[in-house]
Design a binder for this molecule. Structure first.
Ligand SMILES: Cc1cc2nc3c(=O)[nH]c(=O)nc-3n(C[C@H](O)[C@H](O)[C@H](O)COP(=O)(O)O)c2cc1C
Length: 218
């Protein structure tokens, strides 16, 4: 017999969501590519004070066919897709190597906007992973290399790794990988305080520069 928590249910029901007013929107005048549309919305999110607008949820599928998801930072957007950087031997790295399909989701509450995309995640060339690795703060590089030692003396391992990185800034680089999700579909969702939400979906027409736009309802 399940035990239920009515007071928590009530608390959730009383928690506000999608309180306007929100920006006016005309999907008819949206750019031809989802990349340009995304950058436009991203800049508007920044202007409206959205914190960490480059944080997104990456969803993958594990070897049992079960979904898995976590938050990552967006690194770039170009004709190849939406980029992120991860440890190649992490669970998500292994999931992407064995089943390349992935989904990314952004939510920007201050403007009531969500962007969702899904498609194949492709590893970018080694040079791009190396450039991204080199640009990471030394503490981040040290934790990427040293984290395998958990269970031992992590502080000492981190200090030793930082000392090694001072000599070889690219130490551990081969474990770092930049991927791009090349989307088949990208959906832009604008919330509305009176619940007349709007959705626009871009569908890839094989060639990554050619997109069809569809309004979705509801
Ligand atoms: C705001 C935020 C940003 C993050 N950025 C990254 C990132 O860019 N790359 C990364 O590998 N993990 C990032 N993480 C940690 C991941 O969410 C995740 O916990 C970790 O990578 C392990 O994932 P896995 O076990 O599914 O491989 C971030 C977490 C948060 C909350």
């Amino acid at each position: 017999m399940p035990t239920t928590d009515d007071s928590f249910r009530a608390e959730l029901r009383n928690t506000k969501v999608l309180e306007g007013p929100f920006p006016n929107l005309n999907f008819d005048t949206f750019p031809e590519t989802p990349q340009d549309a995304f950058k436009q919305w991203f800049h508007e999110a920044v202007e409206e004070g959205v914190k960490e607008p480059h944080a997104m949820t990456l969803s993958t599928v594990d070897s049992d066919g079960q979904p898995d998801a976590r938050v990552l930072i967006l690194k770039n957007v170009d004709s190849r897709g939406w980029h992120f950087a991860i440890k190649a031997n992490s669970p998500k790295g292994k999931q992407l190597i064995s089943n390349g399909y992935a989904a990314l989701t952004f939510y920007w509450p201050q403007v009531a906007r969500q962007v969702r995309l899904k498609g194949k995640a492709v590893a970018l060339p080694d040079e791009e992973s190396a450039l991204d690795y080199q640009a990471r703060p030394v503490a981040s590089r040290a934790s990427a290399v040293a984290s395998k030692q958990i269970g031992g003396d992590l502080d000492r391992s981190l200090a030793e790794t930082q000392a090694k990185l001072a000599v070889d800034p690219l130490l551990g680089m081969e474990k770092w990988r930049v991927f791009a999700v090349a989307p088949q579909t990208v959906e832009f969702w604008q919330g509305d305080a009176s619940r007349l939400h709007q959705r626009l979906q871009y569908v890839s027409e094989d060639d990554d520069t050619c997109w069809k736009k569809h309004l979705l309802w509801p």
